[in-house]
Design a protein around this ligand. Structure first.
Ligand SMILES: Cc1ncc(COP(=O)(O)O)c(C=O)c1O
Length: 359
């Protein structure tokens, strides 16, 4: 049996009940699930591909792979070969299975960020390995590790890793033969800083050897309900992943592939979505600060990483009493025990309600 961690969200239930009792209802800023509409251009593409009786391609249609490569070139200065693009059934699936698909073995250690999206740890466990949570690779000494995860902009902190930092991670990993998987779920959501991809030539020196970038369409295009993402990078590694995924039936439904291609070809809806989050952030951040919280990092991504220096559960309780539900920082690692994560994923109406209550 795989030893999985407790599902932490269950611990939030009593606070949710408390917040639900607010006379003006709950403002749920705990999970980062999109609330705005699926763009029309994407819905039309999904509907247009509804008549898809045959099995979809595990590798994805050429149209989808070209759209992904086109988006990376246009928006992120990354040159990717469409052959080296591989769709995923949402990136959570890929994050959870990547160590296993790469052949990570029991006894191995997978490096994950000190404060991290919990699925990196789960993925290591599924492979029988253990996760080593650190932001400093030097602590590993000469140990060889098969896989290093980076996540910029970060969930939960909204921290952006500069190109210089990523270059050092790449050099360290290449010296030791480790794969670097860069989870770029929030790369389109830069506010005070512009995030850079691990595959940008300034970071990787123009070669994708040993590198993978993982991209989700959930946040950029409000497609969490469609399960839509992809991975690209080192062509040899992607080919290997494709082989295993073909055998295992890990394929994205054809209508979703068509929807993804339309989403990746269109920047206008992403610009609009970025503006929506920017507006919510511009309201929530000063409101939290006036109410006694300090916001750290949070220059990009979908979250405000905030603290009033008390334990995270005291802060969760204080906000729940105002009818506002947030996530305790310790869900993401020990270092988060004095922070809360405040998501920007609520409607304008709910964000305004939160701002009024914080006054
Ligand atoms: C850092 C990070 N990676 C990956 C995911 C998974 O996204 P999805 O499975 O919707 O593509 C999330 C979701 O919130 C996330 O925060």
């Amino acid at each position: 049996m795989i030893e999985l961690p407790d599902f932490p969200w269950d611990r939030l239930t009593p606070y949710k009940e408390r917040a639900l009792a607010h006379p003006d209802g709950l403002v749920d800023l705990s999970v980062g699930t999109p609330v705005d509409p699926v763009p029309e251009v994407v819905r039309a593409a999904l509907a247009g591909a509804a008549d898809s009786p045959g099995y979809p391609l595990t590798h994805g249609t050429p149209r989808l792979r070209e759209a992904a490569a086109g988006w990376l070139a246009r928006r992120h200065g990354v040159t990717a070969d469409p052959e080296a693009v591989l769709p995923a059934i949402g990136t959570k699936e890929l994050v959870a299975w990547l160590p296993t698909l790469l052949g990570v073995r029991p006894g191995d250690r997978v490096v994950i960020p000190a404060l991290a999206y919990p699925t990196y740890d789960v993925g290591a466990r599924i492979a029988g390995a253990t996760a080593y949570a650190t932001d400093g690779l030097l602590g590993l000494g000469p140990e060889r590790v098969p896989l290093v995860w980076v996540n910029s902009p970060s969930n939960p902190t909204g921290r952006v890793l500069p190109a210089e930092h990523l270059r050092k991670v790449v050099a360290w990993a290449r010296e030791r033969g480790a794969v670097v998987a860069s989870d770029e779920c929030y790369i389109e959501l830069g506010f005070d800083e512009r995030p850079v991809s691990i595959l940008h030539p300034e970071v990787c020196g123009g070669s994708h050897e040993g590198l993978l970038a993982v991209h989700s369409l959930s946040k950029r295009s409000n497609l969490a309900g469609y399960r839509a993402g992809f991975v690209t990078g080192d062509p040899a590694i992607v080919r290997r992943l494709l082989e295993v995924r073909k055998h295992a039936g890990m394929m994205v439904p054809a209508p979703v592939q068509a929807a993804m291609a339309a989403a990746l070809d269109d920047d206008e809806h992403a610009r609009l979505q970025h503006a929506r989050y920017a507006a919510r952030r511009a309201l929530l951040r000063p409101a939290l600060e006036k109410a006694g919280w300090r916001v750290e990092h949070s220059t990009a991504g979908l979250y405000l990483w905030a603290t009033d220096d008390r334990g995270c559960w005291d802060q969760v309780r204080a906000l729940a009493q105002m009818g506002i539900l947030v996530a305790p920082g310790d869900f993401y690692g020990h270092e988060g025990s004095r922070h809360v994560r405040v998501a920007l994923t609520a409607t304008d109406e709910r964000v305004n309600a939160a701002v009024l209550r914080l006054q």
